[in-house]
Design a protein around this ligand. Sequence first.
Ligand code: GLN
Length: 581
Amino acid sequence: MASPLPSSAPVKYIFVTGGVASSLGKGILSSALGRLLEAHGLRVTIQKFDPYINVDAGTMNPYEHGEVYVTDDGAETDLDLGHYERFLGVPMSQANNVTTGRVYSGVIAKERAGAYLGKTVQVVPHVIDEIKGWMRRLAETGDYDVIITEIGGTAGDIESLPYLEAIRQHSLEAGRANTCLIHLTLIPYLAAAGELKTKPTQHSVKMLQSYGLQPDVLVCRAEHPLPPDVRRKIALFCNVEPEAVIEARDAESIYEVPLLLREQSLDEVVMERLRLEDQVMDDLAEGLDDWVEFLRRQKNPEGQVKIALVGKYVAHQDAYKSISESFLLAAAAHRVQVEVVLVLSDEVTSDNVAEQLDGCSGILVAPGFGDRGIAGKIQAVRYARENGIPFLGICLGMQVAVIEYARHVCGWPDAHSTEFDADSPHPVIALMEEQKGITDKGGTMRLGQYECRLTEGTRARAIYGEDTVWERHRHRYEVNNALRYKLREGGLVFSGLNPDQDLVEIIELPESGDGPTHPWFMGVQFHPEYKSTVQRPHPLFVAFVEAALAQARAEGSLTAPKEPTRMRRVRRASARVLADG
Ligand code: GLN
């Protein structure tokens, strides 16, 4: 996409910090604002700084930090990058997620190389300079007009101080007209007093001011509307313009947030601050057409279908974030709701599998590591395969499907993955050649996007409608090519292969033929959930939901949508956007 700005225009920087409490939704705010700026024709990307010492999120347990997201270039990142991509529809990269660990390893590597020429290496200036270097890196590509930078954690935490100092210095260097600081804060409601309280926000802003930072915009999360006098008070005491105090009420869906912020002109306030007012579109509706259409579909479902997600991290609501969002996006494409039924794999046995998966018109077996819950996952695959229930296995879920097939169809009861049984006589899943000898855990898997060629005449080929696709990976084990022939003889179809290394990327069972058949049975070694956006819900998820819908219709289990259609606020918001552009 070409920039609408003159080639000499400086890159604009928006920083988003959080105050008072964590989990206020800086990631969604950044994504929603980014989407609005895109609608004004600007080229936008979003970067996140995480103040922890891990070099990346790859070594963190999903219970600790939710899902690990993976980009095209193989970065293992915070799950907020998933929101950025789903909202903006542009790919993120390693440069979009930087941690304190990465900053320090850069500084230490330079120190070892002698790059500091004998100086004493210190937080100020060296660590701050390294952070500023990462702030400029995306700008230097020339691909963006605006870079939104989200600072993880809460302002005032010891570990986020270097980032605040870097913002201060960077704003001076880039020019005040080219930077905008947005502070996301909480205005609690004290029921006993019947009042909204602004004091925590005032303190949080004072703290920022003590570091030389003055927020330009305050976005206030509140459970009740902010009356004009409260807004004025916040503006006066926090030293911001009254129109730059933006109210962020809870939304029914995160995808409504761009429209709700637009209602309060957050986009225009920010663009004015950044001297981008000439770029404000008279008719914003056009730039948000697809978004409003998507919301209409999401908010007016014609029925509900249940799909089981079988995994071992189901207790953490964010552990399978991209999978649940992919279902939501694919469901909207069909104008239905998907209720994701979380099934803890550890608890699934041959005795209770029918009960655990009762009422589900599709079964997804999730990615994962380690052998806890494997037996339950195998039971779930078997149940889907034998009962003709649409099935999708992702990464470990696909590997388990191959193990199940080898055991129960090909007649190798001892078949396993060497991840779980190093001595299995039939290791149908085995460590990849290039993984042998690797002992470090961080950043050493097969990561990022790889080519996948689709076999003519297969379901995979029909779903994608093209013969070559690129998908993102995060694994060490693979289908063992030495035993592939036996699985193929047993009727398993390898419908996607990586041409460079001859690795199996997709398995499926045919719908018809002489051998074993199934209405919709697929497994993928890669992660389609990382490439699902509002603009383009992933074709595999769209096809899977379609198969589950067909199953539900055939069984009469398609139910009414869970909540009555509640489109009021969005209708109001979208109507206003459509009306005044
Ligand atoms: N544990 C498996 C492997 O390393 C699967 C990984 C995954 O599901 N992401 O190959």
